[in-house]
Design a protein around this ligand. Structure first.
Ligand code: ZN
Length: 302
């Protein structure tokens, strides 16, 4: 299972029906949290996310609507008896922020935090774990900010059953073939793996663009992605305001998704001034039809 569950889709100020940015990415048995706006732990409880399975947290930047929920969540995990280590990937200043809040409240966490600082402008792979790979890339915002690309690789090679039978490989050995092994027959013939299997299918990719001004330099990271999340803080009428504040509009997000030949676009980080979100779809879908509102509580499969 590879999917993204939206916990918050609002920007800046939480509203009564929309929380600030937070998303859970499920990669088989591993849970990743991307951004952690205020109230994230309540959304985790509401949508029955298994907190104990959370292994990695990624914070795109240090505007409050992307991390003010973190201390509360870390504290709750401690109170609930967590002992498994937790990795946090974030701008370096966050380490001090966490430390000072823990110190001032006299809290000693029972679990270890493995803090990985993301230095301004860094681009590249930051995590490899089993079939999961995460890389980050800088976005253009008012302060240092990162997008994240999460890839779930298919590890197993694909068996060609007719070939495997023709070479008399026993069915019990098919699992090993899918892992890349050759097979030595009793008559001494070495059945080479690539005679009976083909390479694994391409992995799937989810790209989270964080907060950003409209920026065509993001295209290489978005190219052919299965699902893209791009912020649309404003409708296109407020293009000028979006640029001033280093945010994007509906039309800009849809144009990038189309140019990148992405398969699907999720939009969010809506300004609190909007009570109705349908106009966002009315502006994006003519440019990129497979667009959806990143609706809270909904899991989108990648
Ligand atoms: Zn921001």
């Amino acid at each position: 299972m590879f999917g993204v569950t939206i916990l918050g889709n609002n920007s800046a100020i939480p509203t009564l029906d929309r929380y600030p940015t937070a998303q859970i990415v499920t990669c088989n048995d591993q849970l990743l949290l991307i951004d952690c706006g205020e109230g994230t732990q309540l959304q985790i409880a509401k949508y029955r996310i298994k907190r104990g399975k959370l292994r990695y947290i990624f914070i795109s930047h240090l505007h409050g609507d992307h991390y003010f929920g973190l201390i509360g969540l870390l504290n709750t995990l401690n109170l609930m008896g967590r002992v498994d280590p937790l990795s946090i990937y974030a701008p370096p200043e966050l380490e001090q922020i966490i430390q000072i809040q823990m110190e001032c409240s006299g809290t000693a966490l029972r679990y270890e935090i493995n803090f990985v600082p993301l230095m301004p402008g860094y681009t590249g792979v930051i995590l490899e774990d089993k079939d999961l790979s995460v890389s980050c890339f800088p976005t253009q915002h008012r302060i240092s900010c990162f997008g994240f690309s999460v890839e779930l690789r298919k590890k197993k090679r694909k068996l060609i059953p007719d070939q495997a039978k023709a070479y008399e490989v026993p069915a019990a050995y098919y699992g090993k073939l899918q892992e890349g092994a050759d097979y030595l027959r009793k008559d001494g013939l070495l059945v080479k793996n690539d005679w009976v299997t083909i390479p694994p299918e391409k992995g799937k990719r989810y790209v989270y663009c964080a907060d950003t001004i409209y920026d065509v330099n993001l295209l290489p990271y978005l190219q052919d992605a299965d699902v893209i999340y791009h912020e649309t803080t404003y409708l296109h009428e407020l293009e000028g305001r979006a640029a001033e504040r280093f945010h994007s509009t509906s039309v800009q997000a849809a144009s990038l998704a189309a140019a990148a030949h992405a398969k699907r676009l999720l939009i969010g980080h809506f300004s609190s001034m909007y009570t109705e979100l349908d106009p966002f779809l009315e502006q994006t879908r003519p440019i990129f039809p497979n667009t959806d509102i990143a609706e809270e509580g909904v899991t989108f499969l990648v």
